[in-house]
Design a protein around this ligand. Structure first.
Ligand code: DAH
Length: 347
């Protein structure tokens, strides 16, 4: 019996490799395990075998049946993948350059972001990232934004439902809510909690506000945030860095000025204006470009830095606003429409 079974398996295996279609497969399957199949016939002989021999024989047949089933499964898997491959057509290599568009171009926001990061790296800043889903602690509380501040209003900020859970974002305060970050300033807090001073980081990223979309507003846009912490840092250092950034990015003729302002996390705080009338479509002398200031001692204390030892500055600005200035783009919505006629202009 052993010999018969081995011969049967060998014959089946030789037959199965050649199967090309499902119909052939079904026919082959029936020839072995169908009601009139060869293996079925052997199983039927069991009845004629003396009782004592039955267990051993049954074991042999069962093993053979298992092996045959394995061969059938493999043949069917092979036929199915061949069918899928036939539907997909010839294999493509996604690493090859696109046949119609040439090597493509970067999005204008990518260009401005990369250029800003390059300029800041030269000044010793490391590029870091933070999550877009944030908690109130990082986005507001640790930045001394009081509970009744209008920026925290549900009309301005996208909050998640109370039952939302995000495994990898730690909550610092019980019961605080999750939200989509309204600014990249949250990354200041994450950076300081993770590292020790002195430090310099730049963090570009996407931010969200409940805005209706028009030529200058979008519910999601991009910012770039800088934080510098060291000993004896002054407003003069801040102004010098901003002058350097904008001269590098927009040309030597660019001037900056500070206007006093209020932000909870800096003291003193300023709004930064640019004068860059050599740029296309600029018809105002001064254009507001971002916010900045000297890191408030309360923020340092909140992250465990000794505010009698450490000083620092921070600033944040919108990347869309910068790109619009640089390239003379007059509607923010162009950035998100992916119109090739627009995108192909930036190289
Ligand atoms: N977070 C502010 C905004 O979104 C911008 C800003 C102001 C960033 C002052 C700063 C800062 O780092 O010090 O409008």
């Amino acid at each position: 019996m052993q010999a018969t079974l081995s011969a049967l398996l060998a014959k089946a295996s030789a037959e199965f490799v050649g199967l090309q279609s499902r119909a052939d497969f079904e026919a082959a399957k029936a020839r072995y395990v169908g009601p009139n199949g060869e293996l079925t016939a052997l199983m039927k002989q069991m009845g004629a075998v003396p009782k004592e021999q039955r267990p051993a024989l049954g074991k042999l047949i069962n093993e053979a049946k298992g092996q045959l089933q394995g061969q059938l499964d493999a043949a069917l898997a092979r036929i199915s993948s061949a069918e899928i491959a036939a539907q997909l057509g010839p294999a493509i290599d996604p690493t090859l350059p696109s046949p119609d568009a040439g090597p493509g171009t970067s999005h204008p926001l990518t260009l401005v972001r990369e250029e800003m990061c390059r300029i800041l790296r030269k000044a010793g800043f490391a590029v870091v990232e933070g999550p877009e889903v944030e908690t109130e602690y990082y986005c507001f509380d640790a930045l001394s934004t009081p509970a009744d501040h209008p920026a925290r209003d549900a009309q301005d900020t996208f909050y998640f439902p109370a039952q939302a859970r995000f495994g990898n974002i730690s909550k610092k305060v019980a019961e605080e809510k999750y939200l989509l970050r309204t600014h990249t300033s949250s990354v200041q807090i994450r950076t300081m909690l993770k590292g020790k001073p002195p430090l310099r980081v730049v963090s570009p990223g996407r931010v969200y506000r409940r805005d209706t979309s028009d030529a200058t507003h979008s519910a999601n846009f991009h910012q770039i945030e800088c934080l510098y912490v060291d000993k004896n840092v002054t407003v003069r250092d801040l102004k010098a860095l901003l002058d350097y950034i904008f001269a590098s990015l927009l040309g030597k003729n660019t001037k900056t000025r500070f206007r006093p302002h209020y932000f909870g996390y800096t003291e003193p705080s300023f709004e930064v204006d640019l004068s860059a009338q050599h740029l296309p479509k600029v018809n105002k002398e001064w254009i507001e470009i971002g916010g900045c200031g000297m890191v408030d001692p309360a923020v340092f204390e909140g992250v465990g830095y000794d505010s009698t030892v450490w000083t620092g500055y921070a600033f944040g600005m919108g990347l869309e606003r910068l790109a619009m200035l640089m390239y003379g783009i007059d509607d923010i919505r162009y950035f998100y429409q992916n119109d090739l006629r627009f995108l192909k202009q930036f190289t």
